[in-house]
Every structure is written in C-alpha cells, then in structure tokens.
Design a protein around this ligand. Structure first.
Ligand code: ATP
Length: 303
C-alpha cells in the first residue's frame, strides 16, 4: 500500500437525468427490470475525505438539513464497504458539499456514494481495480455505478448493468421542486397504476439512442420518455404545471427526471436555457432552477 496523502482528497461527481426510463413489471424480489438511458449532467457534489478517528459525515449546501449524517448516508456506507474489503477501519471524515437536489430524482445520494468510494480509495492508497469499485457501487444501489463512470450509458437489470452509449452535447434546465419524492413510493405508485394491465419488457429505444449519439436536440426531444412520469404526476399533480411552464417558455421538451420531483427541460442552446430558467422561476411552479450541459464525466479526483 502506498502512503496516504497527508491532506484530504476531494472528488467531484455529477448528477444524472434519465433520457429514457423504461420500467418492466415488478420482479419477485420487488425490484423492476429497467432499460435506463442515463446521462450525466453538469450539476455536481464534491466529497472530501480526510483522515479521522472513526467515521464521521458533514454536509453543507442549501439542502444540507435533509441529508442524513449517520451510517445510512450512502457516502458512509461506501467508506465502510471499501474499508471492510481492504481489512481497514473506516477512519475518515467525509465532507459533502451538496449541490445536487436531495430526493430529486437526480441520484444525489448515489453520486455521493460513488464519490466517497473514489475519495477513500485514493486517501487510503488502495488503487482498487475499477471492476471491483463497480461491484461495490452496485451493492450500494442501482444508480451508483453510473455515478462513478458518468458520460452516457444504458443501464439494464435494476439499472446497474452498464453499457456506455454515444452522446453529443445537449443543454438542459432543471426545475427543482419544493420537497422530495421517495423513489420506492414512486415505484409503488407505478405498480398501482399498472395493476391489471400487461407491462411490456423494458427496451431501449433505437430512435432515442440514435438521437443521443447525433447531438440532434429536436430528435432527442421527440424521443424522451419516462415510464415513472405518470406515477410521479399522480403523487405530485402540481408537476404538470411546471412541465407546461417550461414548454410554453420554449423548451424543446420537458420530462420528470427519474422518480422526480425535479423536472428536466431540453433546450436548444445556452440562450434558450437562460430564457426558460427565468420563465420557470417567474411562473412560481418550482422552488428554483439550474442550468446544465451534458454529458459530464463521472467521479473524478480534483487536483
Ligand atoms: P435517485 O434519483 O437515485 O432515485 P434521488 O436523487 O431521488 O435518488 P437522493 O438525493 O439520493 O434521491 O436521496 C434519497 C434519500 O436518500 C434521501 O431522502 C436521504 O434520506 C437518503 N440519503 C442517503 N445518503 C444521502 C446523500 N449522501 N445525499 C442525499 N440523500 C441521501
């Protein structure tokens, strides 16, 4: 093992939006098979790992009061799993500089899990092979492997089996809602709405993958799809007003991000992004907005 750096290690990690989220029927284990086209966007958390006595967590940012600071935090669980695998004590303080909306359908907790894993691996000088890091990520949660690799990928299984896909660059506006939505509650609502109807096996859309690869925003706008959107709208009907406000302001398309309640708007260029963001804020249908681009790299150690 190489010597640990004296100072802390900071890792920057992106949020994600699902440009396609196809959901199959509930499996016997309660999970759903997915065809999940992930795109990493330029909204980031930063996780800093510093040597400490025992495992502690701190968090700053506008939503910090909603982030658990105990061992249920995915960053803490990542440190524990990595330390156990290496036969070390998880003696680390993890500071999360939180910018990704909490419980917003943008994989913020998953991002922090992936970032903590890479930060601890670097701090402890473990140099764990990326395949092993991805295994730990999959144990932490379905969205965590993608947070580590970033870019654009198709996730199958529960979403954790990743195949990289090509993606041109796109511009986005995110409307952050007041309060979060629980991902399990949204899946339960999906099951309730699907009861008695056949649910087709989830498949990635060839038209969407072609649009993503080409960088053609109009083609991507025509193919964006989220099977969880009706469930999120059923639990949070006000989101329909946010979606309408964004498209009326000139977004090419809008959709609920993952399990919501953040809504994502695809726009043509940076000027359109500013216009749509301003109109969404003026509409009073969301708490705040964020402008971003895609794709973004995955978790990366900052110099
Ligand atoms: P996904 O898009 O993966 O479904 P999400 O973005 O909707 O997730 P998160 O921000 O990951 O939701 O938060 C979901 C819950 O996870 C929170 O309500 C919180 O209790 C818990 N949690 C655990 N670790 C973290 C973390 N590091 N940051 C935020 N929430 C966390």
């Amino acid at each position: 093992m190489s010597a640990a750096p004296a100072a802390g290690v900071t890792v920057r990690v992106p949020a994600k939006v699902n440009v396609q989220l196809a959901v199959g029927a509930a499996r016997p284990d309660g999970f759903h098979d997915l065809a999940n086209v992930f795109l990493a966007v330029s909204l980031h958390d930063e996780v800093t790992a510093t040597p400490a006595d025992g495992l502690t967590i701190g968090c700053t940012g506008p939503d910090a009061d909603q982030v658990p600071l105990d061992r249920t935090n995915l960053a803490a669980r990542a440190a524990e799993l990595l330390a156990a695998r290496a036969g070390l004590a998880p003696d680390v303080h993890l500071h999360i500089a939180k910018s990704i909306p909490v419980a917003g359908g943008m994989a913020g907790g998953s991002a922090d899990g992936a970032a903590a894993l890479l930060a601890c691996d670097t701090l402890w000088g473990l140099d764990t092979p990326v395949e092993d890091l991805l295994d730990i990520c999959a144990e932490l949660g379905s969205d965590v492997p993608f947070s580590l690799v970033g870019g654009a990928a198709l996730g199958t299984g529960r979403g954790e089996l990743l195949t990289p896909v090509e993606a041109g660059s796109f511009h986005w506006v995110f409307a952050v809602a007041d309060g979060g939505l629980s991902t399990p509650a949204v899946f339960r609502e999906f099951d309730r709405l699907a009861a008695g109807r056949p649910v087709p096996a989830p498949e990635a859309s060839p038209a969407l993958l072609a649009a993503l690869a080409s960088g053609d925003a109009d083609a991507l706008a025509a193919t964006l799809a989220n099977d969880l959107q009706p469930a999120a709208l059923s639990l949070r009907p006000q989101l329909a007003q946010t979606l309408a406000a964004g498209t009326e302001a000139g977004a090419l398309a809008g959709l609920v991000s993952g399990s919501g309640p953040t809504t994502a708007f695809l726009v043509r260029d940076p000027e359109a992004a500013l216009k749509v963001a301003a109109a969404l804020e003026a509409s009073g249908t969301c708490r705040t907005t964020r402008v971003a681009t895609s794709p973004s790299p995955g978790a990366v150690v900052l110099p």
